[in-house]
Design a protein around this ligand. Sequence first.
Ligand SMILES: [Zn+2]
Ligand SMILES: [Zn+2]
Length: 228
Amino acid sequence: MDSLNRDTPKTLADRKKDIQFLMKYAVPEGQAQTAEALLDRYDADIIALNLLYSFYINLPEGREDSVNGLRLLNRSQGVFLLCALTGNGMSYLYLVNREAAHIIGTLAEGIIDRDLLDFFGYADNREVLALARKPEILHEYEPHTTDPNLCPSCHAAVGEFHTLGCPVEICPWCSGQLTYCNCRFIKLDIDAMDKAAQIEKLLELLEEAGRIPFKKEHRPGYPTMEEE
Ligand SMILES: [Zn+2]
Ligand SMILES: [Zn+2]
């Protein structure tokens, strides 16, 4: 089953190389050093790398520019609302998860989409636009790998459910790793998961059994990391 055993298509190093290649054509002279420093700062963070890849492959204004800062506006269930600050003085909003990044528009325009506003808990676009007027109050985006409150794989926050297929999710039947134990096959009475209907059925059974939301303790290597 694809979504329960999904490998990230590329390693972080490959992703970085792709971005470096695109940057050769996208970054104006005079902005290269800052742009490269930013890439280095975030090169272990798939969320930031997805954003940078999306930025450099479809330059928002169709002309040379570079990202020199990332700000975190919001996050929910592994989806991040980030603002990319650019060398040309622009601010763009991006929706990013571990799979991909999508540009929403400029920070100055905010968020028009009602579903998106609801998803992040904004009453209306005025709340977003208030941030746009004071971009200096936005928090710098920290590489998620250093944030113990986030699942290191799917980026669910403490108390949230993992994206189905996340290897950190604990199996409610055997307390093993849900993507590696055999419970899903036993419960569905099948040998392989290859149909969307099976995934839906599994989700139903999991919810009946009680899915286990992310806790800090579930992070791989948790006790050692906490002691350090
Ligand atoms: Zn997870
Ligand atoms: Zn199990």
